[in-house]
Every structure is written in structure tokens, then in C-alpha cells.
Design a protein around this ligand. Structure first.
Ligand code: ZN
Ligand code: ZN
Length: 267
């Protein structure tokens, strides 16, 4: 049985617009916490509201290679990327993934149309049902395109929404959620068990426990662990709780990636 946190596959550095931590500082934090493997996953956002595009893959890859040389076997550093709305920008995504050999690719939905899922005023105005229905419907679209390996933070509007709504219940959207899960299972897309909500007022793990149970019932197996850290002190944070959560749901494996090849590891 795994006693330590085996990896953290969702974290950002100053190559993402919303972090000012160096790649080195993020890695050092993982080493200090005894986490043997991490994946840096900078945002590659192409949505019109995120232009000009901030992501600089060439400079980032140089930095990754540089940091890897100095790690002296203390840490396995995976090269990941978090692509926002990959289904909406198929040509750009294809070009990036043909050019660079990432270890894994996270697909994340931050926008539904032009609606930003972290806009508190929008979340309040529209309410839980309207936001979550439109979000899961769009997630169904996104998971029909197999251009990524891991689905990021499954029910992320809840992260900002729950403190406003206080009424999120995935059973209200069960059919939509199961359609997303079926797409993931059919295409071998893993779920990012994301602890980023546990350090926020929502105090939630993503996906919700019930969603993880449905995934297991439907035959899903592939899960990764991610803190979604944007600062060194958040690296690996609450992933021990994520592991317990996975075990409690009855799932038996986590998935490691190298050069986009998935390998199940028993828990
Ligand atoms: Zn994200
Ligand atoms: Zn992220």
C-alpha cells in the first residue's frame, strides 16, 4: 500500500499567467515534502478572452531540461500541459502536441462559451442548475475529442460556486455526468483527482465523491492526483486526503504517465 504521496500531476509555475513561482521552487518543495514525482502543467489557453496567448512552450521546455539536469535523481519531473477548452482549438492543439513530447496532457474546461467558470457574479446570477448543466453538457462535447489524457478538475465551477449556492448535488445532473464519464472510459481519459478546492472556502475535492463512485461502477479505472498548486507551499497539499477518498470510493489504482503512455499502479 502506498504510504506517501506518489506524485503530484497538476501544478503551475511562472510560465502560467497566474503564478509567479519558479519551476525550481516548485520542484524543491516537492523534494522537501518527500514527493518522488511531479508534473508541471502550465496553462495553454487559447480562448479569445485569454489573448494574447501567454504560454511559451519553447522557453518552458528549456527550463524543464535545465531543472532536470540539476535534480540529481531526487525527483522525477514530468512535462505536462493544461490545455483550456482543447475541443474548441483542435488545430492549435494538434500543432503543439505534434511538436513537443509531453508526458501527459490535461484537458480543462474553464469557459463555457464566453462564460468564465470562476466569475463569482456570473455564478450568482445564473445559479447552480444553469451553470452546472451547461458546464457538464460542454464537458460532454470536450471529452468526445481524444486530444488529451487527463480530464482536469471534473466539477470545477463548484470551487467558486459552492460558497455562493450551498446546494450542489451531482445527482441533479446525473445523466449529463454519466455521459462525460462514459466518454472518458471509452477513450481512456483519466480523471484528475484535484485537491485545489480543499484549501478554498468550497472545501471540496474534485470530482465529488458520488461522481467517483459512479465512475467506479461504470468500470472506470484511470485516476491521477493533482494539487493544482500555483505556489510552492501548496505542492502536494491535501493529496493524502485525495488518496483516502479514492480508496473509500473503491477504486484500486492510480495512473502514471510517461510520454503519454499510461501505466496503472495499484494503491
Ligand atoms: Zn484549470
Ligand atoms: Zn491548473
Amino acid at each position: 500500500m502506498l504510504s506517501v504521496i506518489p506524485f503530484d500531476y497538476h501544478m503551475h509555475s511562472n510560465f502560467s499567467s497566474d503564478s509567479d513561482a519558479s519551476v525550481c521552487a516548485m520542484c524543491e518543495s516537492a523534494i522537501q515534502k518527500g514527493i518522488p514525482e511531479v508534473g508541471l502543467t502550465e496553462h495553454y489557453d487559447l480562448h479569445p478572452k485569454e489573448r494574447p496567448v501567454f504560454y511559451q512552450p519553447e522557453a518552458w521546455w528549456e527550463e524543464i531540461e535545465h531543472v532536470r539536469k540539476n535534480l540529481n535523481g531526487q525527483l522525477i519531473l514530468r512535462a505536462g500541459v493544461e490545455i483550456g477548452e482543447p475541443h474548441r482549438f483542435p488545430e492549435e492543439v494538434k500543432a503543439l502536441l505534434n511538436h513537443y513530447r509531453y508526458d501527459f496532457v490535461i484537458g480543462s474546461l474553464h469557459y463555457v462559451g464566453d462564460d468564465f467558470m470562476f466569475d463569482n457574479k456570473l455564478l450568482e446570477r445564473r445559479g447552480a442548475d444553469e451553470i452546472m448543466q451547461s458546464y457538464f453538457l460542454e464537458l460532454g462535447e470536450m471529452t468526445r475529442t481524444p486530444q488529451f489524457d487527463i480530464l482536469g478538475h471534473f466539477d470545477v465551477p463548484v470551487r467558486n460556486g459552492e460558497p455562493i449556492w450551498r446546494s450542489y448535488d451531482p445527482r441533479r445532473y446525473e445523466a449529463l455526468i454519466r455521459a462525460v464519464l462514459q466518454n472518458c472510459i471509452d477513450r481512456g481519459i483519466a480523471l484528475d483527482v484535484n485537491s485545489g478546492g480543499l484549501r478554498r472556502p468550497a472545501n471540496n475535492l474534485m470530482p465529488d465523491f458520488l461522481i467517483l463512485r459512479w465512475y467506479r461502477e461504470m468500470g472506470g479505472q484511470h485516476l491521477t492526483l493533482g494539487s493544482d498548486a500555483h505556489y510552492p507551499w501548496d505542492v502536494g497539499l491535501h493529496l493524502d486526503q485525495a488518496l483516502k477518498f479514492i480508496r473509500d470510493s473503491g477504486l484500486k489504482f492510480i495512473t502514471r504517465y510517461e510520454r503519454r503512455h499510461a501505466e496503472l499502479q495499484p494503491l
